[in-house]
Design a protein around this ligand. Structure first.
Ligand SMILES: *Cc1c(COP(=O)(O)O)cnc(C)c1O
Length: 392
């Protein structure tokens, strides 16, 4: 490869975000230190109200992480052992872990090969008399169609609980992520579209009883001090310090998402010619409401993903794979009884997806560098293919 000058383009970079906010973050952290309300403090209540409002919803309950938001949120929605809960096989394992923690039976289904979102026709085929809920994952920042979800849920009396961990402020069909179902889970892991300085999560809901129960579950199952009514209670609260920082960042989130969207459009335009080489972006069916937590392409042609990734690494471009092993093939979940071939689309995607550098501070010039490197690799692979055909 002869790409010059050599650069290093990180997969995710938080310094662009934290640099300009550092002094302000120290200010709000100092306020919490002075107030001393480190657990269930004032900044947490403020952030819960602000974030729920940003989602177009009524209640937010801050918890320790997104995984706990899924587990506690589902329990608060009434999911219990004996229930079946439908979720996609191609998600981060935390979705499955959250469902398993309720004691309910997870029912994995395949995804759509072009959008990577849960296949709702497959979900419908998986419904039994015991199915209580569906957990759509708004994967990579693209919402699953709210209209189709609501239609399915209404016809079969299902609870919708959104995994919106990658979709802060995403929109589709007039709905915002976190406002379609009975409840929704968000994560504030540092690299998410809205990230804390550590772990954090939130359950968002329109139902006061769901909010009240999550508040109890996150606080040892107490409904008042030293009075415990929820056996599944645990200790999982969003720190006041983290809430203060998240509150400070929240007004910037819409702008950051817009930057992600502009970067995605630039990738789309520049990558279009590589379609002939079998390199295809994951399809956006949500339009401008896609918040691009990740920008993912499929590498399906003569260019092999492993070789593309290796050559991008050599050119200083960091990439990722989200996710290399679908949930049903993870050793931890063998007992669910699936095998290679169970979910062909999820498995095919796990083999050919590649996540390109994506964060609001990346420049279009850096994106150009990434795409130029990809063009070079794909062109060389095609030439090698032709050479092979001529020789053969
Ligand atoms: C990040 C993430 C989670 C888990 O959130 P944590 O805060 O890391 O526990 C769940 N689901 C999806 C789709 C995620 O991306």
């Amino acid at each position: 490869m002869t790409i010059s000058p050599p650069q290093t383009i990180p997969f995710v970079d938080l310094t662009w975000q934290h640099g300009p906010l550092q002094a302000a973050m120290q200010g709000v952290i100092n306020t919490v230190i002075t107030q001393g309300d480190f657990v269930l403090g004032q900044a947490l209540e403020e952030f819960e109200a602000n974030f729920a409002a940003a989602c177009g919803n009524r209640f937010g309950v801050g918890v320790g992480c997104g995984t706990d938001a899924i587990a506690l949120g589902l329990v608060a929605c009434g999911i219990a052992p004996g229930d079946e809960v439908i979720l996609p096989a191609n998600t981060f394992v935390a979705t499955l872990i959250g469902v398993l923690r309720t004691g309910a039976t997870p029912v994995l289904v395949d995804c759509d090969r072009t959008t990577a979102l849960i296949d709702l026709a497959a979900a419908e085929r998986a419904i039994t008399r015991r199915t209580r809920a569906i957990v759509p994952v708004h994967l990579y920042g693209q919402m699953v169609s709210p209209q189709r979800l609501l239609d399915l849920a209404n016809r079969h009396q299902l609870i919708i609980f959104e995994d919106a961990a990658q979709a802060h402020l995403a929109q589709r069909e007039g709905y915002r992520a976190g406002s379609i179902g009975l409840g929704a889970a968000f994560s504030f892991y540092p690299s998410k579209n809205l990230g804390a300085l550590g772990d954090g999560g939130m359950v968002v809901t329109a139902e006061e009883r769901v909010a009240r129960q999550v508040r109890s579950l996150r606080n040892y199952g107490a409904t008042s001090k030293y009075y415990h009514t929820e056996p599944q209670g645990t200790n999982s609260r969003l720190d006041t310090l983290q809430a203060a920082v998240l509150n400070l960042k929240l007004p910037h989130l819409a702008g950051w998402n817009q930057a992600r969207s502009a970067i995605a459009q630039h990738y789309d335009r520049r990558l279009a010619p590589l379609a002939d080489h079998g390199i295809l972006p994951i399809q956006n069916d949500a339009g401008p409401g896609h918040v691009y937590h990740l920008y993912v392409v499929r590498v399906t042609g003569p260019t092999r993903r492993a070789s593309l990734q290796a050559q991008l690494t050599a050119a200083g471009v960091q990439t990722g794979i989200h996710y290399p092993i679908p949930c049903h093939l993870q050793p931890a979940f063998r007992t669910l009884g699936h095998h290679p071939g169970s979910f062909p689309n999820a498995e095919a995607l796990s083999q050919d997806i590649l996540s390109l550098p994506m964060y609001p501070g990346i420049t279009l010039k850096q994106v150009d560098y990434v795409v130029d490197a990809m063009v070079e690799v794909a062109t060389a692979a095609a030439a090698a293919g032709v050479l092979q055909a001529v020789k053969g």
